[in-house]
Design a protein around this ligand. Sequence first.
Ligand code: ACM
Length: 253
Amino acid sequence: MRCSVLQFTPIFRDIDANTEAIVALIASTHSDLIVLPELATSGYFFLSRDEAAQYAEPVDGEHVQAIVNAAHEHGRLVVCGFAERDGDALYNSAVIAAPDMPTRTYRKTHLFYKERFCFDEGDSGFFVVNVPHLDLNLGTMICYDWRFPEAARTLALRGADVIAAPSNLVTELWPRVMPTRAIENKVYLAVANREGSEENGGEVVSFNGRSMIYGYNGDELGREAEIDPKQTRAKSFNSINDIFTDRRPEFYA
Ligand code: ACM
């Protein structure tokens, strides 16, 4: 199957223009799995709940549904970050949509920096969806979740072949760590990071692009790659060792 990570520069607070751009990208990208950045519809650097709430919508809201409809219409599996409203709660979420499965929403578990002033901590937990037409088991984590090896490990233990990581990454450390997450779990890791800067309240944050699909041996495969999810399922790497059955959880904190 073919996988793409789409790097672009959302316009801060312009949910209509961003959604239009995302729908056009989905239409023009001939890949089975398309991963877009974190908070791709709204932009990122909100400073308060009131501000984020203006750009948040339920998963059946018009902008998220335009993305889901594009996934269905073009026969793609799409993972895309958006600001989610559920009653009074606000989440930094990713919608996961494909024609042959129910739409799911992952809510970011670990909140980064001023996200803490805007969003609730995600309550979806780390789950894996099976995508029948691709024979794929897909897990999702969002950006700062990378700092917690438990996130990718939990997804891998739950059967993920590929981890999609919608991101708005800002540090220089993550390219050193993402391939490690792939190797230690023997999974593909598809990191869609955004570019550009956003200013709010006199502070600027800059996002550093470098989106990448990592192979299960940590290789950089590019932003568009042929991948074979089945290859990740046997966790042995010689005739004796297997990175999952060799685990000794009784000694882990
Ligand atoms: C981040 O979690 N957006 C760095």
